[in-house]
Design a binder for this molecule. Structure first.
Ligand SMILES: [Zn+2]
Length: 478
């Protein structure tokens, strides 16, 4: 068999280079050198660079000839992923602890000294801030209360999704019981973890019920605590409303809807089915509006100016909702111009986009808070919270450089943020300032000293067109 692996040339070197002074792995093994120890030392002494080198090595893995080895490689890679995740968890908790200790010794933010650390982790892991915080919290539970599960993750005996099932299933238990379940689950080896996650969750629930049986009163209190209603947009034309209520509230809701349905169905000429009547009744009771009435809305349409003159059929964006056709946008604008808000209850505002760059026109303001058109402009420009990987909706228009640091109230110094990210940037060591870029850009420096650039998204239309032009060398149709 050909000796392929070699040590003695830089790993990034030319694979076709002179083989003269290279020593193969087999040569070194013949000389009694413990290559595993050399590899370990290499990784550990090089830190992040060593880890990246390892990843580069994995990317050079050859596909083996036989099927068994192919699938065996997949299994080994999965085990490696688990080990990597375990190490990420360890490092995330270590960073949060170290940052906290440092700030405490400097008497900074003593009430919440770890502030911002998990958001720093989120950026490094390309997760949203919420997911990063969840990861760091879970990592801490894993280290402190689930040592057997943590060890198994390191050894690649389970995957992160299974770890999350253990954490979720034991979340509300006392620490001592959580630790006990961790031990019990692993008492018989990997049995609990060799089945689906449903069965794993069931096994955990079984133990949880034995150690901390819930009473009827507990379950009622839980149902009350968990009440919620969510409105989620599922297409540009449709919204899904989901809710959870304690039983008495749920029964009351069902009774009201049943009564309204019965009443409507007894009316002569009623054409709606029961489900439609329930939806209409629900809407009318919540908004106080008649279904036939248009709610008072202002709709922003982000469009290429050529759409209006029918020179372009580029789709039009309703920010936060999705795309509509150019034709539909023209109809809406025409209806608005004909009757305006008085008749339809809808104001239509067009915001025009420079097609080649996807840039919206900027405006300046001398106000201390973002309002009016400036706020609208930034909301449309940014679309979602500007923290990288955070998909949350914009709650606040934030000053990139804070007002107390003489940051001005302008489109250049403004950015859309969700509630949580707007708070995070106040963490010690967290700094942001605008930088030059293709579109509106600012740089984020996290407490660990890492930097990220947040660039406003290209407005719809601009990017695909540029890409298409590059790919096919001509203007796309439409
Ligand atoms: Zn955010």
């Amino acid at each position: 068999m050909a000796k392929k692996s070699s040590i003695g040339t830089p790993a990034s070197g030319n694979p076709q280079g002179e083989p003269g002074d290279q020593l193969s792995c087999e040569d070194l093994l013949d000389q009694g050198i413990d290559l595993d120890a050399v590899f370990d030392e290499y990784i550990f002494s090089r830190g992040a660079e060593g880890i990246r080198r390892m990843a580069a090595g994995i990317n050079r893995l050859k596909t083996p000839r036989d099927h068994f080895s192919m699938v065996e490689n997949i299994a080994a890679l999965e085990e490696t992923k688990s080990a990597l995740t375990a190490m990420q968890a360890t490092q995330a908790v270590a960073y949060e602890d170290s940052l906290s200790a440092e700030r405490q010794s400097q008497k900074i933010r003593e009430r919440n000294p770890g502030w911002g650390a998990s958001k720093d982790v989120a950026l490094a892991m390309r997760l949203s801030p919420k997911q990063g915080t969840r990861f760091t919290k879970d990592a801490r539970v894993l280290r402190d209360d689930l040592p057997h599960t943590a060890e198994a993750l390191k050894q690649g005996k389970l995957i992160w999704a299974q770890v999350q099932v253990v954490i979720t299933g034991t979340r509300n238990l006392q620490t001592s019981n959580r630790r006990l379940i961790d031990r019990l689950l692993w008492e018989e080896g990997t049995r609990c973890f060799d089945q689906g996650t449903q069965l794993l969750a069931q096994a955990i629930e079984y133990w949880a019920k034995i150690f901390e049986p819930q009473t009827e009163a507990d379950l009622e209190a839980l149902a009350k605590k968990n009440r919620c209603v969510g409105v989620q947009q599922i297409s540009p034309h449709e919204v899904l409303l989901k809710g959870r209520f304690p039983l008495p509230m749920g029964i009351a809701l069902a009774q009201v809807l049943a009564r309204e349905t019965e009443y409507a169905q007894n009316r002569p000429g009623e054409e709606r089915n029961a489900a439609q009547i329930r939806a209409d009744s629900f809407y009318e009771l919540v908004t106080g509006l008649n279904v036939a009435q248009q709610p008072p809305l202002e709709i922003l349409l982000v469009m290429d100016a050529a759409v209006l003159s029918e020179d372009s059929n580029e789709p039009v964006l309703i920010p936060g909702y999705g795309l509509i056709s150019a034709q539909r946008a023209r109809e809406m604008i025409a209806a608005d111009r004909a009757g305006g808000a008085d008749e339809l209850g809808i104001w239509v505002r067009g915001l025009f986009v420079e097609n080649h760059s996807g840039r919206l026109v900027a405006m300046e303001s001398y106000r201390r808070s973002f309002g009016g058109n400036l706020k609208k402009l930034i909301m449309v420009r940014d679309q979602y919270c500007r923290t990288p990987f955070c998909n949350a909706k914009i709650r606040d228009i934030d000053h990139v450089v804070q007002v107390r640091q003489d940051g001005e109230t302008s489109a250049a110094n403004g950015d859309g943020r969700c509630f949580s990210c707007n708070q995070t940037k106040e963490a010690p060591g967290w700094e942001e300032h605008p930088v030059k870029g293709e579109r509106h850009s600012f740089q984020i420096t996290t407490p660990s000293g890492h930097t990220y650039i947040s660039t406003a998204p290209a407005q719809f239309g601009a990017r695909p067109r540029q890409q298409l032009r590059r790919l096919i060398g001509e203007d796309p149709p439409g």
